[in-house]
Every structure is written in structure tokens, then in C-alpha cells.
Design a protein around this ligand. Structure first.
Ligand SMILES: Cc1ncc(C[n+]2csc(CCOP(=O)(O)OP(=O)(O)O)c2C)c(N)n1
Ligand SMILES: [Mg+2]
Length: 653
């Protein structure tokens, strides 16, 4: 042992000496030494990269000059005071020089608390973590990013937050003053207007030019982000301002008073109530209604007072899935009055678009009867921009309220109760009974469908969902990822009732959301001791898997169960559909799906990948009988406070 250690030391010394010599040679005469080298086959190769310029060498190897030291506060200390005033818990971020002033203040002046810096390996992950966190906690996070390149990375996640009406405070460092900014990299990373990158899908942005301006902008940005419809905001943060000394000026932090959300106009509420109360078959369709747990309670009250079917499109956990009025979208065809609340797509709710029509474009059909009255309550009408098409197709409606649905519900419930004619009460009760029966039948059909191919390998998505359920059903659980790509089995079969039982989707369907958003949601569940479970599609995982490291580093407990269908199955289906239409073979590759859609050969080893970043992991599991034992071990790891991943080979959907 001793002998081995001595030898290692010697070898290492020799090795280091060699490197030092080689390094010096490279720095001094890289070009000429290449020429002078003996012409053995290995060394006669020409260098594949240009020798570094003197400036690059100096930048890479030089020691920066000591800065003059001061004991007076810099501007970024005041910025920390402003941020702290808003009680922001975490700051997921990837570090960068353009916000080094604020970064240093957050640690040394702010004590790295409220907000606590979470080290992220990608800006997209930082924003998506904030997105997922908000959906559980109801409180926004802020992120700092390198103004140009960092914001470019963050932009898709900001778009998702915009489409999903989720507040995220994005602060981008930028060196504004061209006469003062350092040359080279910091200048490449500066722009006149970094916010232009994301202006089309943020609610508001600003570029403060003084510290007092920063205080106003930050509080205003927070307030705008938190006024329904919520949304992301951006602040460009000048590097000079962060390092500017505070010279005895009087600075103040504006008080934050939350804005009350807008309610529907009284007459419109009354008209909507009259239509609903007199309807034969009223249907309530909801997408992002329950901003708070109280939203769920209010929606139950409205639905029960009418015994009206509720179709939950699932942008939020709006309505208990176990309730006898929670129904599948098919009931819309029988409706005579439909109220759509915070729908992202009213047109597609009442119309169908069927792919592969006769001329290569979709066929359009109405899903509803002629004369069905439509009512809309949507806060998004107060906040649209033109370029990105998140507002979907135009749908004319009979009563249209530009208002927040949750805030309007109390008035609507009262108006509905007052408007129900006495002679309709018995009919309303009967409606409820019919719904109870239909709901029970639908449950039986779901159970029968789930049993199909129960023993299949790769494993059926329904079996996987229920194998996981067996281990979490007695815990306070939270499904932090989406189950959509798994035929929504959890939504169909698990008793989802609480606001954190499911968290909806990405909003903009920008893939790469699920994994980082799940980490953010798990972080929000952590102080409550909730068990976080994430079904994780493989394609989504591979965009930015580095967030696994963030979860391990910051000890965020969560169970990730891979839905590893070894491909971009959504796209498999698209290419397949087009090939069918054109009477051609779809599968031309060496893999299971059409070229460009498979993630096979080599098969990605998610368990190893997760282990390399500090996760407990197991798999790939292909035989369903092996699931129970492995899942039990993984659940125990998560209960002990660590993240765990189980890789499972699954059927495509
Ligand atoms: C950023 C981005 N790139 C590409 C797409 C197109 N797209 C939609 S679904 C999908 C497949 C995702 O694969 P995976 O997450 O494994 O889900 P699967 O369809 O296999 O269940 C892709 C690539 C997208 N929506 N977003
Ligand atoms: Mg996949």
C-alpha cells in the first residue's frame, strides 16, 4: 500500500512536470514547435486548431489585477434588500459575470437566504423549475440569467410559462454602457435591449437605469406577474448599476400590495346565471380556473348547485376527479348551455379538427348542437399579444367576460342559486343522479381498458401507473409531472382531489419542460413532507438532464419513474400518419420508428445517467413482475429525503 502510494506520487509529479513544460511551450511558441517536432506519424499531424492569440493566452492564463477594496455598499446590496422585501424563497440560476455584482451580494450581504441560490446547469431548467414550483406553492421564484446567451437558453421555458399563465421573474444581466464594458466576451454578451428576445411572451419588462428605478421596476414586475392572468416578466439588469457605489443617496423600497383580480361584470354574470339555471343540460368546461385551493371548492359549489357536468381540461387541478359530476369530454355534445372558464382553446372545445382530411388539411366539425349557448369567462382576454398564437382560433360566444374565473365564481354561484326556478329543482336532482350512474359506468370501462395487456413487456402504461399507485396510495402524494403521454392513466384512475395532486402541462408544449418543472414542484412539496412522483418521458428527459444534478445537490426528494418508450412517439405517430396517407412505408430506419423518431441503438441507460448525478437508481425494467420490489426500494429512498429514478421500458402510450 505504502509502496503504491509512493509510486503514485512520483508518477503524478512527473506527469505534472510534463504538463507544465508542455503548457509553457504551447503558450510561447505553439506554431513553431509544431513545425520543429520530429516527423513520427503521431506528431507530424498539423494542429487542428489555430494557435491562441496573445490576448487569448493572457485572458486564459493571466492573473487578474487586484481590484481596489472598499467598505462602502455597492448598488447590488440595495438590490438584495428589494428582492428580500418580496419574500422570494429560491433563485434557480446558472451563474454569469453579467450579474456577478448581484450574485456576490446575494451570498455575502443576503446570506444566501430568501432567496437561496440553486445551482442550475441550464437556464431553461432554471425557468422551468420556477414554473413547476409555482404550481404547487402559489409563490413565484426569480431567476438570474446571462442577458443574451442565458436568456436565449431560457426563452422556451419562458414561453411555456407565458402560455401556462405562470409568473416567473426573469432578471438578465447586461453591460449597457459601451464606453465602459469590458471588451471580448462581456461585449459579445451585451445587447442594446436583451428583453426584446422575450418581449412577445412576457407580460412586462424594463431596463432600470438607477437604483431607485430598479426598486420600482422590481416591485412593479412582481405585481404585474402576480395579477391574474399571471405571467412571466423580464428585467434587464445593468452590470454597471450593480457595481455602482451607493453614495449617501436616499433609496426606498415601494410597498407591495397585491392587485385584486378582475371580476365579471354584474350584468354579464346575471345573464350567464339565467342561461345556466334554465338549461336542460348545462356543461361546465374548465382549464386554468383554480388558481388556489379555494378555486376547487368554489367550482364544486357551482357544479353542485346546478348538478352540471364538469369537463376538466386539466391545465390545473380544478375539480375533484372522484366527484360524480366530473365527466369525460363526450358530454359536450348533449349540452344546451356551455360555460367555458379560463379555456386556452374554446374553439377546439366546441369544434373538432380531424387530421388527414381529403386535401391534406384537417377536417373541421362542430362538436355541439345548433343553438347551444356559449358563455366565456377568461382573464387571458385582458392580456394578449399579437405574434405568438397562444390565443388559438377565434370562437364567437353569447356571453363573454374578460375577467378572472376564480374571482367571479362567488358572484356567479350566488346569481345561479337565485335564478334557479322552483319548478326545475327536481329535474336538477335527477340530472345529478344520471351523472352519478354514467360516472360509475365510465370508471368500469376505464378499469377494463387498464387491464388490457397487463402482463405485456415492454410494460403497459396502465400497469406501470397502478404499480406506482400501490406504493403511494397511503402517502400524502403529489404527481409533479404530466401523465398525458401515458394515456393519462393516473388522471383516469387515481383519486385526484387536492390542488397538488396534478399540476397540468407545460402550457406551450415546448418539450423539455417535464423534468425540470417536476424538480421545481418537488422542491415546493419538500417543506410539506409530501411524496413527489414524476412520470418522465424519455425524449423530454434528454433535453436538459443536468437538472438531476441540481435535485441531488440541493437534496430535493422525488421519485422519477421513466416512461421510456425509446423514442419520440408523438412524432412516430405523425410520420406514420403521413406515410399511411401517401401509401408508403413509414419505417425506413434500423429502429422501431421512422427515421429521426427513435431513441434506440444505443439504448440510453437512464439509471446510469441518474446515478452519475447522485441519484439512487434502478432499471431498465422490462418485466412487469419486477416492478413492485424495485418501486418499493425507490419509495423508501425518497422517503429518506433523496431523489430516486426507476427506468422502465414501456409501451408507446
Ligand atoms: C422544443 C420542442 N421540440 C420538439 C417538439 C416536437 N415534439 C412534440 S412531442 C415530441 C416527442 C417527445 O418525446 P417524449 O418526451 O419521449 O414523449 P413521447 O411522445 O415519446 O411519449 C416532440 C419531439 C416540441 N413540442 N418541443
Ligand atoms: Mg418517448
Amino acid at each position: 500500500m505504502v509502496e503504491k502510494e509512493t509510486r503514485m506520487k512520483v508518477d503524478r509529479r512527473k506527469f505534472l512536470t510534463g504538463v507544465a513544460v508542455a503548457g509553457a511551450a504551447t503558450a510561447a511558441t505553439a506554431a513553431s514547435s509544431a513545425k520543429a517536432a520530429p516527423s513520427s506519424p503521431a506528431t507530424s499531424r498539423l494542429p487542428s486548431a489555430l494557435p491562441p492569440s496573445a490576448m487569448t493566452v493572457a485572458a486564459e492564463t493571466g492573473t487578474p489585477k487586484e481590484l481596489t477594496r472598499t467598505n462602502r455598499p455597492d448598488g447590488s446590496d440595495f438590490m438584495v434588500d428589494v428582492i428580500k422585501a418580496l419574500d422570494i424563497e429560491y433563485l434557480p440560476s446558472n451563474p454569469a459575470s453579467s450579474f456577478r455584482g448581484l450574485h456576490e451580494s446575494l451570498i455575502n450581504y443576503g446570506g444566501n437566504k430568501k432567496p437561496e441560490f440553486l445551482t442550475c446547469t441550464h437556464e431553461e431548467s432554471a425557468v422551468a423549475m420556477s414554473h413547476g414550483y409555482f404550481k404547487v406553492a402559489g409563490k413565484p421564484l426569480m431567476t438570474l440569467c446571462h442577458g443574451t446567451v442565458g436568456l436565449q437558453h431560457a426563452s422556451m421555458a419562458i414561453y411555456n410559462a407565458w402560455c401556462d399563465r405562470v409568473p416567473v421573474i426573469v432578471v438578465g444581466g447586461n453591460d449597457l454602457d459601451a464606453a465602459k464594458r469590458p471588451p471580448g466576451v462581456p461585449t459579445y454578451h451585451s445587447a442594446q435591449d436583451i428583453n426584446a428576445l422575450v418581449r412577445d411572451f412576457t407580460k412586462w419588462d424594463d431596463t432600470p437605469v438607477s437604483l431607485q428605478h430598479f426598486a420600482q421596476s422590481f416591485v412593479r414586475a412582481y405585481k404585474i406577474a402576480m395579477t391574474p392572468p399571471y405571467g412571466p416578466v423580464a428585467i434587464s439588469l445593468d452590470a454597471g448599476l450593480q457595481q455602482e457605489p451607493i453614495n449617501g443617496e436616499t433609496l426606498s423600497i415601494p410597498r407591495y400590495v397585491p392587485t385584486s383580480p378582475p371580476q365579471g361584470d354584474t350584468n354579464a354574470v346575471r345573464e350567464a346565471a339565467r342561461l345556466l339555471a334554465n338549461a336542460e343540460r348545462p356543461v361546465i368546461v374548465v382549464d386554468r380556473v383554480a388558481r388556489t385551493p379555494n378555486g376547487i371548492r368554489l367550482l364544486v359549489e357551482l357544479a353542485e348547485s346546478l348538478q352540471a357536468a364538469v369537463i376538466d381540461q386539466g391545465g390545473r387541478m380544478n375539480f375533484p376527479r372522484t366527484h360524480h359530476l366530473a365527466r369525460a369530454p363526450g358530454v359536450i355534445g348533449q349540452a344546451d348551455v356551455i360555460i367555458g372558464m379560463e379555456l386556452s382553446d374554446f374553439w377546439n372545445t366546441v369544434n373538432a379538427w380531424i387530421d388527414n382530411g381529403e386535401h391534406g388539411v384537417g377536417i373541421q366539425e362542430s362538436r355541439i348542437k345548433d343553438g347551444t349557448k356559449l358563455i366565456s369567462i377568461s382573464s387571458v382576454e385582458l392580456n394578449t399579444k399579437s405574434n405568438y398564437q397562444d390565443f388559438q382560433r377565434f370562437q364567437p360566444v353569447d356571453v363573454s367576460m374578460a375577467a378572472d374565473a376564480e374571482a367571479t365564481l362567488p358572484a356567479l354561484i350566488e346569481a345561479v342559486k337565485a335564478a334557479i326556478p322552483n319548478d326545475r329543482k327536481a329535474a336538477i336532482e335527477r340530472r345529478g343522479e344520471a351523472s352519478r350512474k354514467a360516472k360509475a359506468e365510465a370508471r368500469e370501462r376505464n378499469m377494463a381498458a387498464a387491464a388490457v395487456a397487463w402482463d405485456a413487456s415492454p410494460i403497459s402504461t396502465a400497469r406501470l401507473t397502478m404499480e406506482v399507485w400501490a406504493h403511494i396510495k397511503d402517502l400524502d402524494w403529489s404527481m409533479i409531472g404530466s401523465d398525458r403521454q401515458m394515456s393519462s392513466w393516473a388522471t383516469r384512475l387515481w383519486p385526484m382531489e387536492k390542488h397538488y395532486h396534478h399540476l397540468g402541462q407545460s402550457g406551450g408544449y415546448g418539450v423539455g419542460y417535464n423534468l425540470p418543472a417536476a424538480v421545481g414542484a418537488a422542491l415546493a412539496n419538500r417543506p410539506h413532507g409530501r411524496f413527489s412522483v414524476n412520470f418522465q418521458p424519455d425524449g423530454d428527459f434528454m433535453y436538459a438532464p443536468g437538472v438531476l444534478w441540481t435535485a441531488a445537490h440541493h437534496q430535493i426528494p422525488m421519485l422519477t419513474v421513466m416512461h421510456n418508450n425509446r423514442g419520440y412517439h408523438q412524432e412516430v405517430m405523425h410520420v406514420q400518419r403521413l406515410s399511411n396517407r401517401r401509401n408508403r412505408l413509414a419505417s425506413l430506419g434500423k429502429t422501431m420508428g421512422p427515421i429521426g423518431t427513435s431513441l434506440e441503438g444505443p439504448d440510453i441507460d437512464y439509471a446510469k445517467l441518474a446515478a452519475s448525478m447522485g441519484w439512487w437508481s434502478a432499471g431498465p425494467i422490462k418485466d412487469p413482475s419486477e416492478l413492485a420490489g424495485t418501486l418499493k426500494r425507490a419509495v423508501d429512498v425518497v422517503k429518506s429525503g433523496q431523489p430516486a429514478l426507476v427506468d422502465v421500458w414501456t409501451q408507446p402510450r
